[in-house]
Ligand binder design. Structure first.
Ligand SMILES: CCCCCCCCCCCCCCCCCCCC(=O)SCCNC(=O)CCNC(=O)[C@H](O)C(C)(C)COP(=O)(O)OP(=O)(O)OC[C@H]1O[C@@H](n2cnc3c(N)ncnc32)[C@H](O)[C@@H]1OP(=O)(O)O
Ligand SMILES: NC(=O)C1=CN([C@@H]2O[C@H](COP(=O)(O)OP(=O)(O)OC[C@H]3O[C@@H](n4cnc5c(N)ncnc54)[C@H](OP(=O)(O)O)[C@@H]3O)[C@@H](O)[C@H]2O)C=CC1
Length: 515
């Protein structure tokens, strides 16, 4: 049987969401490990004042593509951008482009989605469900289509504790919801959203569950595979360790902790942190594409792409490794020395928010005001609290995913394919991965130079000295205001000091006796 890269040779691939985090890694891996692929058609929209072509040009300059560029400087010739806005009727693809796609595409990877947790329901439905439906209709017109791979999320069914590799009944029939939301105005939709999403935490997981149902409805007409990654993190090995380009999920938390801004967060120390490296997800996705096309399973196969059941690691361990990594490789211009703790206790967390977030923010803003600058720290903390508030649902509990199809797929791969498209997370060394992840956030998200680390360390030493000075001043102030002015406070103070002396002399005496 042909190897995976031999199967992709000569194929025309369609990718949605290719400008996103996972789409880019998919594009890169296809170009690097399947160099004989014929063409990669990518659906792209103009954005932020940039045309479609400008965006694609920019993307190809990204460091992620360095290895591909080395192997084949003309790799861009294989990438064919197609203008498309997924929220528009017909995905806003021109009739000529529809003609091209329907006549040549062999495999579709549908990665595009809105992954925001606070997305208004109508928009999340439009992009995650209706666009998926429209893409499936387009796929049905493709004359040479061999597989359709849909990227879902392991949390689509996070209202369950144990999640099998099956498509669960949807919370509501997608068509009924689409029809009802069409005539409702935004304020009514906002009011009924909590009732609709029920025991799911946000519109993202809700609409991703509906999308799976929409995909299943087409599964008798197409060869379909559904990939359900858990929390996708920086790359493990490919194209190089630690590649990451966004603040989503844990990355923003790591950065905020590394900058010394985030000091406390609600998370359970013992809960499994189901992170999965992006290159693992992409290797599995490409292998699933090959398997779906070659073996044509009767029903859509779902692949839970998770680590918890195979090589578990916990939030408490993540906290420890993130903190020690940022102490070794500090971020530039940290607000305070990195020292974040997680707790599952609501009240303890609120106490630390007050003492370690709001109080320093107030003082810093006061300092900014006094020096004629605009206060900003309180605003930053308010945004941070909103963001981590949305993540706490996922860091405070754990889930069990069955990953039999991932194991089955691995068993179908040749020894060479298992190396080239490695998704065996048993080999993942977590401390090393977390170290590379933290360095990756520094280098690729914050664009900081590793050669500035000595200066960053010096800055942390300066912060430590400021803290010692501040604590001393605070102590003297408390002494002056409370102790020196009130007889009762003085008495209590002398009582505490004499008690300490008594204890000290007792221990000194008992240690002399035992010698
Ligand atoms: C204590 C330290 C030790 C650590 C141990 C404990 C760690 C616990 C971590 C727990 C993580 C759990 C993660 C679970 C996620 C599982 C969910 C399932 C996985 C998926 O299927 S999808 C991927 C997950 N999706 C997300 O993460 C999206 C979440 N983000 C949002 O919904 C919105 O961005 C948010 C947070 C509501 C903010 O919206 P808004 O205020 O409108 O801001 P923007 O998004 O427009 O961003 C503006 C600007 O800020 C940057 N940004 C965004 N988030 C952060 C951040 N957290 N920190 C810093 N900066 C951030 C963003 O890039 C924008 O920058 P620009 O330069 O582009 O303007
Ligand atoms: N990141 C994670 O932790 C996880 C992600 N997933 C799933 O993986 C997939 C990819 O996620 P990820 O790469 O992280 O997400 P990103 O937000 O990085 O990328 C989303 C992609 O979708 C495109 N897109 C969004 N809206 C539109 C639109 N209206 N028209 C055209 N394109 C649009 C974006 O294009 P543009 O650049 O123009 O905005 C971008 O290319 C998603 O399906 C997500 O649900 C699953 C589990 C975890």
């Amino acid at each position: 049987m042909a190897s995976i890269s031999e199967w992709y040779a000569g194929k025309n691939v369609l990718i949605t969401g290719a400008t996103g985090f996972m789409g880019k890694v998919l594009l890169e891996k296809l170009l690097r490990s399947c160099p004989d692929v014929n063409a990669l058609y990518i659906l792209v929209r103009p954005k932020a004042g940039q045309s479609m072509s400008e965006r694609v040009q920019d993307m190809m300059k990204c460091k992620l593509f360095d290895r591909v560029r080395e192997d084949n400087p003309d790799f861009h010739q294989k990438i064919i951008p197609i203008s498309s806005e997924l929220t528009q009727p017909g995905l806003a693809i021109s009739p000529e482009d529809v003609q091209t796609l329907t006549s040549c595409i062999n495999i579709v990877f549908h990665c595009a989605a809105t992954i925001r947790f606070d997305e208004p329901l109508k928009h999340a439905l439009q992009l995650n469900v209706i666009a998926t439906q429209q893409l499936l209709s387009l796929a049905q017109q493709m004359q040479h289509l061999q597989a359709f791979i849909h990227i879902s999320t392991a949390y689509a069914n996070c209202n369950r504790r144990h999640i099998d590799e099956v498509i669960y009944p949807p919370p509501v029939e997608p068509k009924k919801l689409i029809d009802s939301l069409e005539w409702m105005d935004d304020s009514i939709i906002r009011d009924i959203t909590p009732r609709l999403i029920g025991d799911r935490p946000n519109t993202y997981t809700y609409t991703k569950a509906l999308a799976e149902c929409v995909v299943q409805q087409e599964s008798s007409k197409l060869n379909i595979g559904i990939i359900r990654p858990s929390i996708v993190g920086a790359s493990w090995q490919e194209p190089f360790p630690g590649w990451i380009d966004n603040f989503n999920g844990p990355s923003g938390v790591f950065i905020a902790a590394g900058k010394g801004i985030l000091r406390t967060m609600r998370a359970s120390n013992d809960a499994v942190a189901d992170l999965i490296p992006v290159d693992v997800v992409i290797n599995l996705t490409l292998a699933a594409g090959w398997y779906t096309a070659v073996h044509r399973p009767k029903a859509a196969l779902v692949y839970n792409c998770t680590t918890g059941g195979i090589n578990p690691f916990h939030w408490g361990e993540i906290e420890h490794h993130v903190m020690s990594s940022f102490k070794r490789n500090p971020l530039e211009q940290a607000f305070r020395r990195p020292n974040a703790n997680i707790t599952s206790n609501y009240l303890i967390n609120q106490y630390w928010i007050l003492v370690s977030h709001k109080f320093p923010a107030l003082i810093y803003d006061l300092f900014l005001r006094l020096s004629g600058q605009k206060p900003q720290m309180m605003r930053i903390f308010n945004r941070l609290h909103k963001a981590i508030g949305l993540l706490e649902y996922f860091s405070s509990q754990d889930w069990e995913w069955n990953s039999e199809n991932m194991n089955m797929l691995m068993s179908q791969l040749s020894a060479d394919d298992r190396k080239t498209f490695n998704f065996d997370v048993r080999q993942l060394n977590w401390p090393e991965y977390i170290e590379n992840y933290c360095i990756g956030t520094k280098k690729y998200v914050l664009n900081e130079d590793m050669s500035d680390i000595p200066a960053a360390r010096q800055h942390l030493r300066k912060l430590r000295n400021i803290r010692y000075t501040f604590n001393t001043v605070l102590l003297v102030f408390i002494w002056r205001v409370f102790i020196a002015r009130s007889q009762m406070a003085r008495n209590i103070w002398y009582f505490v000091v004499s008690l300490c002396f008594k204890f000290l002399s007792y221990f000194r005496a008992s240690s002399t006796l035992t010698q």
